[in-house]
Design a protein. Sequence first.
Length: 114
Amino acid sequence: QVQLVESGGGMVEAGDSLRLSCVASGRTLSTYAVGWFRQAPGKEREFVAVSWSGGTLYYADSVKGRFTISRDSAKNTVYLQMNSLLREDTGVYYCSARRTETFWGQGTQVTVSS
């Protein structure tokens, strides 16, 4: 079992930055693909970014060039640095860890006002 706890969300203005954190416990994340997803009100959860265990990073087109996913192995933590935030980035952001099964955090709210 992997327990994931997100933090760092908040209410910001368009153009601002936020850094989300996802602290894992129970297992080391080094062999997991870790990712960020988000869900806007009335919409389905969508992919944002992933860091594969081999080091490859992949981003949704909507965030490419603005968001950066990274890991701190010593802290067993995954980050999502979000720059140049847009109103459409508003939503609940979820961290996930996947190997043979997928684990999810409880989510952290990001609200961007214009």
